[in-house]
Each structure stands twice: as structure tokens, then as C-alpha cells.
Design a protein around this ligand. Structure first.
Ligand code: GLY
Length: 419
């Protein structure tokens, strides 16, 4: 640990010298960034030469669990390294970011997964924004072309998964679309701007419109998954895979939706997307079951009468309710952007809620001690309770969006554009 301070001492020095103000908001951000640098350096040290495997979570015995480059979470660690480079301007982080980004390149031809946006935009996309490296641009454009192959003009949507069925239903999905897919649209909007070809953007808009119509309920809550008929494009049913029930609201899905519709408004200025993002945000913020620290339970409906925690777990082992820090960190980052598009009370509520989330996540309840928690930043995230997978663990994407929210908040308090 001491070594890491020595090796990466330059950025700590830069940060402290830069912090001439006693403004507590700046101190809050700086303390978290210094911590994130330390913890991420511990992670890099623990990973050693294990190139090809990317940190994802921890196993039941506390050891690291990883993914290969094709796992949907592979882009988050490189993205974290790019953000640390942006936050510190220390070239050590850039070197590491490049090293962990380049091996993801084969995903540019990946047409089997809608999550190439997560994998490639968060890695190469962040890298391109900071370096303007043309090779990154070309890789991203090819990735966007691969994602476009999953678009079905009958459904007006990009297909998420190849098939499957809900854990507690019999219907086999022919054309499933999950709310998470809203996040992958950012790559398509970017590709239109990079190439001048409007088709990427048109498909993103078409997908967002269909999701808005069928997956977002009147009260601003969301279905995790929509089943469509691939021939007629008809909506068949709203379901879930990772939530408590088909009619419940899976917390991270709600976060993906708030973030996704906010970015669609950023790119289109279509007021329908802004309204949808706000309805979804208001559902999260005003929900009677949202704990006072603003970190949601893994599903907003786990307090309904009749809820049996662990009911859908294969092992039936989970006998208590769980929070999801990842849902909170995604939402905090989204709310900060959303706050920049609204005024007065709404602006205040969205900013304050984001800050409340960040304050909770930075507390010892959620933020790990240095060198602990498998060297991930945040504790208490939940992957997929119905599948008995990744329950009350660190998750790399919780860390990524926590850092992104800090980055956005840092820009905001320094009067810079949030994006
Ligand atoms: N996109 C997968 C998840 O949020 O678990």
C-alpha cells in the first residue's frame, strides 16, 4: 500500500495543490478520488499478469471473480482507469487504461450481444474522448455496425438476448428487449456524429420510442423485459429475469432507464424522453420503500405483502432482503445529468438526491476499507437474486458509475459542463 502512495504520489500531490478552496464539496470529491486511486492500484497489483481476465466481483470465499473480454462487464475496469486518468491527469493511469482497453478490440465484430455498448463505449469511447486516437474511433464505428445487426425493423428494436424464459414463467422469449439496452444506445448516437450517417441515430431513437411505449408503466416504474413478436412487432408481455416478479420494478433496471432516457434527451432534445426520464427518476426518489440513505433494495417491490425473500433463488437460501449499491450509483450519475436539463425545484431535488446517494456510498457502510473487498470500491451490490448469483457483493459496474458520478459532480462544482 505504501508503495502505491509512492508510485502514484504525483497525482495525489496534484490534487492537493489544486485544492486551494476549503469548499467541503471539493474536499468530498478529492477524498473519494484519492481513495479510488489507492483502491484501484491495489486491484491492479492483485491482478498481476492476468491479462485477458477482467475484474467483475468476488466469489463466496471472497476471492476475485473475473470475466473474459466477451462478458458484458469487461469495459468497466478499463473505463475506471480512463476516468482516473481524467481526474488526475497522471499518465500512469493512461498507460494502464490503454493496456486494459486494447484487448477488447475483438468485440468490434461481436454481433451476439447487445451489450457491446457497455463493453466498448465505456472503454474505447472514454479513451477516444480523451485521446482522439483515430484507431479507437474506427473500432467504435465497427462496433456500432455490429450492434445495428441486432435491429429488427418489424419490432423497431434491438434484440437483447437470443432467447430464454423468465425464472417464474413458461413463456419462451422470441424477441426479448431488456431495459438495460437503453444504455447501449449511447454508442449509436455517438456513431452518427462520428460518421455523419443518421441511420445509427434513427435506430437508437426507434428503440427508445418502443421501450418508452411498452416498458415504462404509467407510474414511471419499469418492466425489466419486454417480449415482442419478431414477425408482427407486437408487444406480448412485460416480464423480468432479475427482478422479484414480472409486475415489480427491478431497481437497477430503473436506474438503467433513468440514465438511458436522460441520454436520449441529451442527444435528441425530444421532450418525451426528458419527461420519461423524470417520471422514472421521480418514481425512484418518491418511492415509499426507498430507505433514507437512498440506496434501494434490489427490487422496489420487495415490501409488498406476500413477499418471500429468496422465493425465486435456486437454493432458496436468501432469507433476508438486500440493497443494491449498483442501482444507486447508476442512478446518482444519471440524476446529475438530468439535473442539468431542468430548473428550480426539480434541479434541486435531482442534485440533492444524487449527492445523498454519493454521501451514503462514500460512508463506511458501503465504501470498502482500503485493500479489502477484493479491492473493489463499493460493497453491497446485487447481481441477480432470482438466479442465486452475485448477492451482496462488490460489482465492477457499481464502482464505475460511482466514479462517473463523482466525475460529473466534480465538473458541476467547478462550473464546467457536466459531460
Ligand atoms: N445488464 C445486466 C445487469 O444489469 O445485471
Amino acid at each position: 500500500m505504501r508503495n502505491s502512495r509512492f508510485i502514484f504520489g504525483s497525482f495525489i500531490f496534484i490534487l492537493l495543490v489544486g485544492c486551494t478552496s476549503v469548499d467541503s464539496r471539493k474536499q468530498f470529491v478529492e477524498e473519494n478520488i484519492i481513495y479510488a486511486c489507492e483502491q484501484t492500484h491495489c486491484m491492479l497489483t492483485s491482478l498481476g499478469e492476468t491479462q485477458g481476465r477482467y475484474p467483475r466481483s468476488t466469489k463466496k470465499d471472497g476471492s476475485l471473480s473475473t470475466t473474459d473480454i466477451y462478458g458484458w462487464t469487461s469495459g468497466f475496469f478499463p473505463g475506471t482507469l480512463w476516468m482516473l486518468y481524467e481526474l488526475t491527469n497522471d499518465s500512469c493511469w493512461k498507460e494502464k487504461a490503454v493496456e486494459w482497453t486494447l484487448p477488447l478490440e475483438p468485440n468490434k465484430y461481436n454481433t451476439k450481444d447487445h451489450d457491446v455498448g457497455f463493453m466498448m463505449y465505456n472503454s474505447f469511447g472514454r479513451g477516444f474522448a480523451l485521446t482522439k486516437d483515430k484507431s479507437y474511433r474506427d473500432i467504435l464505428v465497427q462496433t456500432a455496425n455490429s450492434l445495428m445487426t441486432r435491429f429488427n425493423p418489424n419490432v423497431h428494436s434491438i434484440k437483447s438476448w437470443e432467447g430464454g424464459k423468465a425464472p417464474h414463467d413458461t413463456i419462451v422469449w422470441q424477441f426479448p428487449v431488456i431495459i438495460d439496452n437503453m444504455m447501449n444506445l449511447e454508442l449509436l448516437f455517438w456513431a452518427s456524429k462520428a460518421t455523419g450517417d443518421p441511420s445509427f441515430r434513427n435506430i437508437a431513437i426507434s428503440h427508445a420510442e418502443k421501450t418508452m411505449k411498452y416498458q415504462i408503466r404509467k407510474d414511471g416504474s419499469s418492466y425489466h423485459l419486454a417480449c415482442y413478436d419478431p414477425e408482427t412487432g407486437n408487444f406480448i408481455k412485460g416480464e423480468t429475469s432479475q427482478g422479484y416478479s414480472n409486475e415489480s420494478t427491478w431497481s437497477r433496471g430503473q436506474g438503467w432507464g433513468i440514465y438511458g432516457f436522460t441520454l436520449c434527451y441529451r442527444e435528441t432534445k425530444d421532450p418525451r424522453f426528458l419527461k420519461t426520464a423524470q417520471r422514472m427518476a421521480d418514481y425512484y426518489i418518491n418511492h415509499p420503500n426507498l430507505p433514507s440513505d437512498k440506496i434501494p433494495w434490489w427490487d422496489f417491490d420487495t415490501h409488498r405483502p406476500g413477499f418471500i425473500p429468496g422465493k425465486f433463488s435456486k437454493t432458496n437460501k436468501y432469507i433476508q432482503n438486500y440493497r443494491d449499491a449498483s442501482a444507486a450509483s447508476v442512478t446518482a450519475s444519471a440524476l446529475l445529468e438530468l439535473s442539468s436539463y431542468v430548473k428550480d425545484d426539480k434541479k434541486k431535488i435531482y442534485t440533492e438526491t444524487a449527492l445523498q446517494i454519493l454521501t451514503s456510498l462514500s460512508s463506511p457502510e458501503y465504501r470498502a476499507e482500503e485493500g479489502k473487498n477484493g479491492n473493489f470500491i463499493l460493497k453491497h451490490s446485487t447481481g441477480a437474486i432470482p438466479h442465486g448469483s452475485e448477492v451482496d457483493v462488490p460489482l465492477i459496474y457499481a464502482d464505475y458509475y460511482f466514479l462517473e458520478a463523482l466525475l460529473r459532480y466534480n465538473r458541476m462544482i467547478n462550473n464546467k459542463p457536466i459531460l
